[in-house]
Design a protein around this ligand. Structure first.
Ligand code: NAD
Length: 422
């Protein structure tokens, strides 16, 4: 096998997702039929659709929607816009959504969607046209009781509002519960924007407590400064941690004495990037991964911690804000190095949990205060962390496998209860 092929295989997220599942299935002695069912996705949908560009040209875009499993409830999962989106990546992300919803025990299956596009190359008008055409394509799959999209990389509340509006136009009335992560004015939930970062913060503090480290003694590095990264950094700073390193796709910053997160957010808002922030050493996009710190929060994209750099990680706690940031090879290196890792399917589950709250509120047309949302989120995240830690301790497993054991057991039980031989 050539080294290039080796690297390619390590970076294959679908292969990673299936390997993680296989390990968990082995651990719980899952029957062969259920293994076959759960290691594949149930539905995968590819579409190629035309979009009218501002200069009068028609451009064809490719998009995907994948549902991995719907035995515990309707499919749920974000939509990402990124040039590197592929069917295999979306399949992996859909499978991870199934496990994530099961870890926090909310009544959903897993789904994911994406469009191959660099949204920064589109005007706002083109972005809206593309979103509405994609929403029309996936309309045959999505809906409040079937499959409920949400924001992910490069999609936000505005994109969700366009999707909800387009789906509603098909029905002739507003179907707010068809999408989550919407603006509050059109059925969004208070607390949704901060939810994933809040969940990351809760898991980080719970893990620090488990490790006997006070938040004030924790130096934190965060890769990615979008929704998840910036909110995680802000809330961890508020909890007393020192943020020593951050990055976005354009570069990174490091200051051992601490970086003021609110000013970083303001700088990024003004300049569109972190680069140029005064009073910090400029590093690279991957700078935080190997920075001198106690806690690392990868919150950018997948495959960031690999066999090539995992040995250089200085943090003793890794909390996965992003989906799939660590390859199985890196996972093993971190584990051998004594790093405590809170896996993505637990650490970033705060987002889907508040998406669940949003869906419940939309279905009831009865809305909760932000305090109520945060309180309910805190209760679910603390319970899930405790449950996974208990499995990890009792079965002497790393947190990732403990979370998988918990999640796969729940999904397998639901699949078994419903009957797998109709
Ligand atoms: P986002 O688009 O808001 O932000 C992504 C950030 O990552 C940006 O700051 C971007 O500049 C940075 N980035 C991109 N490529 C990078 C690179 N190579 N190196 C360093 N930084 C890079 O996206 P988001 O919603 O914050 O999502 C981030 C991750 O969290 C993704 O893996 C996503 O699947 C996961 N996630 C998001 C949510 C959510 O609610 N938004 C929920 C669960 C998981």
């Amino acid at each position: 096998m050539t080294p290039a092929l080796e690297i390619h295989e390590e970076d294959d997220e679908w292969r990673t997702a299936q390997r993680q599942f296989d390990e968990a299935a082995e651990l719980i002695g899952l029957e062969p039929d259920l293994r076959e069912i759960l290691r594949e996705v149930q539905r995968e949908f590819t579409c190629h659709f035309p979009v009218l560009m501002d200069d009068g040209r028609i451009e064809i875009f490719t998009g995907y929607r994948v549902q991995h499993n719907i035995n515990r409830g309707p499919a749920k999962g974000g939509i990402r816009y990124h040039p590197a989106v592929s069917l295999d990546e979306v399949k992996a992300l859909a499978m991870w959504m199934t496990w994530k919803c099961a870890v926090v025990n909310i009544p959903y299956g897993g789904a994911k969607g994406g469009v191959i596009v660099d949204p920064r190359k589109l005007t706002q008008r083109e972005l809206e046209h593309m979103t509405r055409r994609f929403a029309t394509e996936i309309a045959i799959l999505v809906g409040p009781d079937r499959d409920i999209p949400a924001p992910d990389v490069n999609t936000d509340a505005q994109v969700m509002a366009w999707i909800m509006d387009t789906l509603s136009m098909h029905h002739g009335y507003s179907v707010t519960a068809s999408v989550t992560g919407k603006p509050v004015e059109v059925g969004g939930s208070l607390g949704r924007v901060d939810a994933t970062g809040r969940g990351v913060m809760i898991c980080t503090l719970a893990a620090l407590e488990h490790l006997g480290v006070k938040p004030h003694a924790a130096r934190v590095a965060v890769q990615g400064f979008g929704n998840v990264g910036s909110v995680s950094a802000r809330l961890l700073e508020e909890a007393g941690c020192t943020i020593v390193s951050v990055s976005d796709e354009f570069g990174g910053l490091y200051n051992p004495l601490g970086l003021p997160v609110k000013r970083l957010i303001e700088h990024r808002r003004q300049h569109g990037r972190l680069e140029g922030f005064p009073g910090a050493e400029e590093t690279s996009s991957t700078g935080p991964l190997t920075a001198d710190c106690d806690v690392l929060v990868p919150a950018a994209i997948g495959n960031q911690l690999t066999s090539r750099n995992a040995g250089q990680v200085k943090a003793r706690l890794v909390v996965e804000g992003a989906n799939g940031p660590t390859t199985p090879e890196a996972d093993r290196i971190l584990r051998d190095g004594g790093v405590f890792l809170v896996p993505d399917i637990l650490a970033n589950a705060g987002g889907v949990t508040v998406s669940y709250f949003e869906w419940v509120q939309d279905l009831q047309s009865f809305f909760w205060s932000e305090h109520e949302v945060n309180q309910k989120l805190g209760a679910i995240m603390h319970r899930a962390f405790r449950e996974v830690l208990t499995v990890a301790t009792e079965r002497d497993l790393p947190m990732r496998m403990a979370a998988y054991v918990q999640a796969v057991s729940r999904v397998a039980a639901a699949t078994r209860d419903r009957g797998i031989y109709p």
